[in-house]
Ligand binder design. Structure first.
Ligand code: GLU
Length: 506
């Protein structure tokens, strides 16, 4: 039997990391063991389903680097691939189950049963339908169809054990008594999830059902439906639950968990793919966890999928992202920066000169970033240099209190004041001569230089910032950028006016 996998999202919201992880494992399985991946849209909940979410989910899966061979967007031999277009198929199979006697019409009111079940739950017991409709004769059924509310169709569950194979959990055995007689088709004609999923998985010839273990308790019902339809069972693989850092089930309480959120923040798809794969799976011992999509496929092994819950830790995701940001082609980061700095109103026309300058900005800031959207938090500091404010900053004041700091700033200013000096080309020799004249080195040299140049006590490497300030000041930007000379002179004056540089040195 060929390997056929499926990812079956309900388009009732954005794709979140838990579902994305399920999609990734299905994709890895199909790639690794050779197979077809099907996307099936489970949109039987018409009130909550929205085509907008379906599009978003598919776009996000593509962005993540996944591909599939059959689905609502590309068709395929087992379509349609949206459950809302398959109602006639579900009805046909329900009819044949009724004819065989494997299912029956139940006239108990769904509301009444729901009320009784809720009451029973409050009392700490479970209460299923009393199954009294099982024994109606054909005549009684015909009579009730005329007199009563439309019925639901229920599976006539056999007694005994339900057994299925799970690649993660091993052989699973349940007693059929625990599942009641599940509803297959509701009174409004809509199929239930368990029934539609089985009809589709069967007709779509799905060989492996890989999904989250929140569906483990549904599986005995589904196995009984397969049996009733006379179809072979697929192999199941139920992936462990994803938890938040506090080890409770990952949810909105833990902050944003949608894929789109991380995408908007500038997390690279290869970082997310790599990280999602490690939620419930680990490479062989001694193998690096940083794996390209090709390496992930090569090393993936369904046997290594873990039963125990995985913790989603955004910090670890950012750790992966930092790695991929360093590796990525800088043009991706430049594009990102252009879009975001434009949104901030800091850029307007972006010609090749501006783009080249943004290249320097990206190169300077990238090593300190968790995700690209931090560029729009960090880069604006290039525009915002106010010496008067800077000298009052707590961190800057600490730097200036270092012994010899004032002397460093003073010597620096002396050296940059000749207008004709090319600060970019001569920067290393300027720093060397400040060092010689002030007698300071290490952080006692570089920190005072940094605060005089940037007004801040931390940031990208100075050697990278000097060409950015010099180049940026020459560009036509909506807001000007001060060059190094202006910065150092202003900072020096602010120190002088506050008595932070003894005026006798002038
Ligand atoms: N639509 C279901 C969900 O999103 C899919 C369950 C399954 O894979 O069978 O949870």
């Amino acid at each position: 039997m060929p390997n056929r996998l499926r990812f079956a999202p309900s388009p009732t919201g954005e794709l979140h990391v838990g579902n994305a992880r399920t999609a990734v494992f299905n994709w890895l399985f199909a790639k690794k063991y050779g197979g077809t991946l099907v996307i099936r849209i489970e949109d039987t909940d018409r009130a909550r389903s929205d085509r907008r979410f379906e599009d978003l989910i598919c776009r996000n899966l593509k962005w993540l680097g996944l591909d599939w061979q059959e689905g609502p967007d590309c068709g395929g031999p087992f379509g349609p691939y949206r459950q809302s277009s398959r109602t006639a198929i579900y009805a046909r199979h329900a009819e044949s189950l009724l004819e065989k006697g494997s299912a029956y019409r139940c006239f108990c009111s769904e509301e009444e049963l729901g009320r009784q079940a809720r009451e029973a739950r409050r009392a700490g017991v479970t209460r299923e339908c009393p199954r009294s409709c099982r024994k109606f004769s054909a005549r009684e059924v015909a009579q009730r169809l005329k007199d009563s509310q439309p019925p639901v169709i229920r599976l006539r569950v056999r007694s005994g054990k339900v057994v299925f194979q799970d690649l993660v959990h091993g052989e699973m055995t349940f007693d059929s008594a625990v599942v009641g007689d599940p509803i297959l088709v509701r009174s409004n004609g809509m199929p239930t999830y368990n029934y539609a999923a089985v009809v589709d998985d069967g007709l779509m010839k799905i060989s492996h059902v890989v999904r989250g273990d929140d569906h483990l308790s549904n599986t005995p019902r589904q196995v009984l439906i397969y049996e009733a339809l006379g179809w072979p069972l697929p192999v199941f693989a139920h992936l462990s639950t994803i938890l938040g850092p506090d080890r409770t089930r990952l949810s909105k309480r833990h902050g944003a968990t949608s894929l789109q959120h991380f995408r908007d923040r500038g997390v690279l798809p290869e970082a997310l793919l790599n990280y999602l794969t490690l939620l419930g799976w680990a490479p062989a011992e001694g193998q690096n966890e940083i794996l390209s999509p090709e390496e992930l496929v090569a090393s993936f092994d369904i046997e290594r999928v873990s039963k125990s819950s995985a913790v989603f830790d955004a910090q670890k995701l950012y750790f992966f992202n930092r790695h991929y940001l360093k590796e990525c082609d800088s043009s991706r980061a430049v594009e990102w920066a252009v879009v975001h700095l434009r949104q901030e109103g800091l850029l307007q026309e972006v010609d090749s000169e501006v783009r080249q300058w943004i290249g320097l900005v990206v190169e300077a800031f990238l090593p300190g970033l968790d995700h690209l959207s931090q560029i729009s938090q960090e880069a604006p500091q290039l525009w915002s240099f106010e010496a008067e404010e800077a000298v009052q900053d707590e961190g800057v004041r600490q730097v200036l209190s270092l012994p010899g700091a004032a002397r460093v700033v003073d010597e620096l200013r002396n050296r940059i004041s000749h207008e004709e000096r090319d600060l970019v080309g001569e920067w290393p020799s300027i720093v060397q001569s400040v060092k010689a004249a002030s007698g300071q080195r290490g952080r006692k040299l570089f920190h005072p230089i940094r605060v005089a140049l940037t007004g801040r006590d931390s940031g990208p490497e100075l050697d990278k910032l000097v060409p950015i300030f010099e180049g940026g000041s020459q560009l036509e930007l909506p807001h000007p950028i001060k060059d190094c000379r202006a910065r150092i002179n202003e900072f020096h004056s602010a120190m002088l006016s506050r008595g932070l540089i003894p005026s006798c040195s002038h």
